[in-house]
Design a protein around this ligand. Structure first.
Ligand code: BTN
Length: 333
């Protein structure tokens, strides 16, 4: 579904959920909700029905009032924004129940002038895009499908470092929630657990020769999937499959955006940030050094990885000498 046809989630849904959370354990009358969000009682009933369709467990009806039976794990702006206060991501959160691709939505919004820090989140993508024309499996409300819009005053050559920083942000967010999980970064922007991928990052940009106009970083995280289609089973995993427990997408998404905010600000403000990102990426990647690899799109480019250069490109020691991998999929052998 193209972005232009996808409707953003009605912001009043998030406000109702927040109101019910604030009054947990009591029944809130339809009149009170209607007054708080500035609508009629019958409209509140209609919105409550919509929330139920989204999987939110709300008891009650117009004559008795409503109460929340359990905390919903939906990536609604009202659930995320209070915890993102003070970050660049707090103010322009867009949520879709179903969309083609959050990256497409973010790129379209960027070209129409959307501000830096805009975030596009979806419960489900019908045309989720991966790198190299791959699709991204985007099952409803199981994963995090998130694209952020940045407008860094940097040359296009620095964008690789931003995407490496996004991988680091995923790594820290996961470890912040469960320090037993050991994510492994695979250059340039996959994140694995025990050799299987649970996160992919698709960075797209619009740039002039010397200056970036905007960058969209699309992050797909497999969180609570309990299985994958047969073709993905050998290579894909989710945090739930890896740990045996259900994860809160709201908690993880908040931790991710906060961590990305820290990395990005440091990159803009400190001259040492790039070397810190490169050092930490190499520390958190088992394959960036000493690993036999083959670059899929470049026949003959194979050898042993030898770290990252000062711009973040992968170095591979081949029979013909050290070569720099500028793009492509690195296959571990
Ligand atoms: C890859 O590993 O190939 C990158 C996958 C990126 C998937 C995310 S999900 C959110 C955003 N929207 C998209 O269509 N793609 C990215």
């Amino acid at each position: 579904m193209p972005h232009t046809l996808a409707r953003q989630t009605d912001a009043r849904l998030g406000r109702i959920v927040r109101l019910l959370i604030a009054h947990a354990t009591v029944v809130v009358s339809g009149t009170k909700i209607a007054d708080e969000i500035g609508t009629s009682r019958s409209e509140v009933w209609r919105l409550v029905q919509q929330l139920r369709k989204l999987g939110v467990d709300i008891a009650g009806h117009p004559s008795t009032g409503y109460s929340l039976k359990s905390m919903p794990d939906l990536l609604l702006p009202d659930m995320l924004a209070p915890q993102l206060h003070g970050t660049i991501f707090a103010k322009h959160l867009h949520h879709y129940y179903k969309i083609g691709s959050t990256n497409t939505a973010a790129m379209e919004a960027a070209s129409a002038g959307a501000p830096e820090g805009s975030v596009f989140l979806a419960e489900e993508q019908t045309a989720g895009r991966g790198r190299g024309a791959n699709q991204w499996h985007s099952e409803r409300s199981s994963g995090i499908y998130c694209s952020v819009l940045l407008r860094p005053a940097l040359p296009p050559s620095d964008v690789l470092v931003i995407t490496l920083a996004a991988g680091l942000a995923v790594h820290s967010a996961v470890q912040e929630i469960d320090s037993r999980v050991r994510p492994d970064l695979k250059w340039p922007n996959d994140v694995l657990i025990e050799g299987k991928k649970f996160c992919g990052i698709l960075t797209e940009m619009h740039a002039e020769i010397t200056r970036v106009r905007y960058v969209v970083i699309g992050i797909g995280l497999n969180v609570n999937q309990s299985s994958f289609p047969a073709d993905l089973q050998p290579t894909a995993t989710s945090l739930r499959l890896a740990t045996g427990t259900e994860w809160s997408r709201v908690e993880l998404c908040t931790a991710l955006l906060k961590s990305l905010d820290r990395e990005y600000r440091a990159l803009l403000e400190s001259a040492q940030a790039t070397s810190s990102i490169l050092r930490r990426f190499q520390e958190r990647s088992s394959s960036v050094r000493g690993q036999q690899v083959q670059v899929e799109e470049t026949p003959g480019l194979e050898g042993v990885t030898d770290g990252l250069d000062e711009r973040g490109f992968l170095q591979v020691r081949t029979a013909q000498g050290v070569r720099t991998v500028l793009s492509g999929t690195v296959r571990l052998r």
